[in-house]
Design a protein around this ligand. Structure first.
Ligand code: AMP
Length: 616
């Protein structure tokens, strides 16, 4: 084992094992988080074999926390929260309070301090964003009312945790002294520093940070842009901790939040994604390293109690409050199941609690065991939920239908529980995959000629824009067979695949070609290799972005076509131009000529259906 380079071996072995076990977990339809945590257990001190450097792993994990929190800030949307505030705020508060009380009860039985009990209870009260979004996305629930409530609820929990992380060190200081005056001073000082930091971020940061990004974006260097985003995230986190005594997490959260107002935020988000993912994995590995599996046997009772608080206690509280607010059982069950788990925030809180000597190490072990078990349990809860939906629908159907129809009704009910995508009523329509830089132009043109258009798009912002314009849109990944099925490919006029990733385009093409062997499929590509990849899967025609740009630029050269000597490439291009015009006329049919007639197609109804959007 390369002990001479502990940093490298910790990163490499951590990532490789996490990858292997994460992929295995995925194979069994479990959250990859379980795989990452198990990888940590394997390289931890409590299992035989290689033991990674815990100190280094913790520092790497801190970077993971900073980037995770930066992402939470980037995706924090006050608007989303306000739209469901009536239920999300009281719901989250009541749930946090009840989980904390239950946790404190268990802590009291264990003989821990009140402070330890509060930290333990709070850690049990906050659900994992990663696990929740995955569960909602898999069931296409993010865009439903239930999904909005669950996400809003989670934002409130996150905010409560951010506040806890800030105040905990001050409380720790305060409780170590008996003198009331020094307690008040210590709390006041911390709060004052935090308020100063937040004020500086909101007043100065809000202007300076977007300005820096705009400036760097204008240099045209992607490398510098990436570096700027990282420097802002890490710099703000470090500054918050060093200068203001606040946590890394708070600094990163605010840096993200300030950035989220700028239009460059989406680019910033995607620039930090790969690094965030890598370090977040190391964070979960480092958490797994702290876990001693023997606790599952030695401390069976407390582990079971912790698990029950997370899965039963929290769920009951959530269910009760959602019902109390007059929402139906289906909403209440979905919210309860979504939140019946704990994850990253609980680990951060437990880590801080132990570091400040408020929470005993045993408490952290229970939290880890509870998290692993509840994340494992989560998919089963959703399966139970699906069954319940199926049963309920069946019961309703039975009341109406004769016994012979029951079997069919069950099938329908089971499908209804999975929120199937309704198939579009459009026919002879153009299916456009991707509504980004390329897709937008196409849809505008389509609106001008009044051709029926159906857009498939994953990005929520794009979808909202399309919905505002009254376009029909399916939210989801076009490579998903259910999504493709909803697009009525057999009766479509053509398929335009305008996404940048050729690998994904290949999947979309392959699928559509299987459904409709005659369909004209036109695909965007960026290189010969991509062209070949997509053609092999059944594309009819490839449009190469760079080539088209070159062509248009060449066409803009004054008098270029009148030069006496044309290179053979140019001549070939001219021929291609003609072919292209012909091909597009064939594909689009007669409307293509009526290019400037204007107006939306009457067939373009409002947007339907649910989602597939990555995390907040
Ligand atoms: P652009 O590269 O700016 O043209 O953007 C491509 C657009 O396609 C973005 O808005 C993405 O959200 C969207 N997109 C990428 N992959 C898929 C997919 N598999 N299914 C649906 N939409 C996608």
């Amino acid at each position: 084992m390369p002990h001479h380079a502990p940093l490298i071996s910790t990163i490499v072995i951590g990532l490789v094992l996490a990858f292997a076990l994460g992929a295995l977990a995925h194979r069994f339809r479990l959250s990859p988080l379980i795989g990452y945590l198990l990888a940590g257990v394997m390289v931890g001190p409590f299992t035989p074999g290689y033991v990674a450097d815990q100190g280094l792993a913790n520092q790497l994990a801190e970077i993971g926390v900073i980037l995770l929190m930066f992402g939470v800030g980037l995706h924090f949307s006050l608007k989303d929260l306000l739209s469901v505030r009536a239920i999300a705020i009281p719901g989250a508060v009541v749930q946090i309070a009840s989980a904390t009380l239950l946790g404190m009860g268990l802590a009291w039985l264990q003989g821990w301090s009140i402070g330890g009990g509060i930290v333990f209870g709070l850690a049990l009260s906050v659900a994992s964003t990663v696990v929740l979004l995955r569960a909602l996305q898999e069931r296409r629930l993010v865009e439903t009312e239930r999904g909005h409530i669950a996400v809003g609820w989670l934002i409130v929990e996150d905010l409560a945790m951010v506040l806890t992380l800030v105040l905990l060190p001050a409380f720790a200081n305060a409780t170590s002294s008996t003198d009331l005056e020094s307690i008040v001073i210590s709390l006041g000082l911390t709060l004052g520093k935090v308020v100063a930091f937040v004020a500086i971020m909101l007043i100065v940061g809000r202007r300076v940070i977007p300005w820096i990004l705009h400036y760097v974006a204008h240099t045209g260097s992607r490398e510098l842009f990436r570096l700027a985003v990282l420097a802002i995230a890490l710099g703000a986190a470090f500054g918050a901790a060093e200068l203001f005594g606040a946590s890394f997490a708070l600094g990163a959260f605010f840096a993200g939040m300030v950035l989220s107002e700028s239009e460059l935020s989406h680019q910033a988000a995607s620039e930090t994604l790969p690094l965030r993912d890598a370090f977040a994995v190391l964070f979960f590995v480092s958490v797994g390293m702290l876990f001693d599996p023997i606790i599952l046997i030695n401390e069976f009772g407390p582990v079971l109690a912790t698990f029950l608080i997370i899965v039963v206690g929290k769920s009951l509280a959530a269910f009760a409050i959602v019902r109390l607010f007059g929402h139906p059982n289906s909403t209440a069950f979905t919210i309860a199941a979504s939140l019946a788990q704990i994850g990253e925030f609980s680990f951060i809180l437990a880590g801080l609690g132990v570091a400040l000597q408020i929470l005993p190490e045993e408490g952290r072990d229970l939290i880890l065991a509870g998290a692993i078990l509840s994340i494992l349990m989560n998919p089963f809860l959703f399966t139970l939920l699906d069954r319940w939906f199926a049963k309920r629908e069946t019961a309703r159907a039975e009341a109406k239908a004769v016994a012979a129809a029951v079997e069919e009704a069950e099938r329908v009910a089971a499908e209804a529980a999975r929120e199937p995508l309704p198939v579009t009523s459009l026919a002879d329509h153009v299916v456009l995959v991707g509504h980004g830089r390329v897709g937008k132009y196409i849809s505008r043109k389509m609106a001008l000629i009044g051709a029926p258009l159906l857009v498939i798009e994953t990005n929520r912002e794009q979808v909202s824009e399309l919905q505002r314009d009254g376009r029909e849109v399916i939210v989801g990944n076009a490579a998903d067979p259910d999504v493709a099925a909803a697009a009525n490919i057999p009766q479509a006029r053509c398929l335009l695949v305008a996404i940048p990733d050729a690998f994904e385009s290949g999947q979309v093409v392959e699928q559509a070609r299987r459904i409709n062997p005659e369909l004209p499929i036109i695909v965007r590509a960026h290189s010969r290799a991509e062209e070949e990849h997509v053609m092999k899967r059944g594309a009819t025609r490839i449009v190469m972005g760079e080539q088209e740009i070159a062509r248009a630029m060449f066409a803009a050269v004054p008098n270029a076509r009148r030069e006496p000597v044309l290179s053979s490439v140019d001549e070939a291009d001219d021929i291609l131009d003609d072919e292209e015009a012909e091909a597009s006329a064939n594909v689009l049919g007669p409307e293509a000529d009526a290019d400037k007639t204007g107006g939306d197609s009457p067939e373009q109804g409002p947007a339907r259906q649910p989602p597939d959007e990555p995390g907040r």
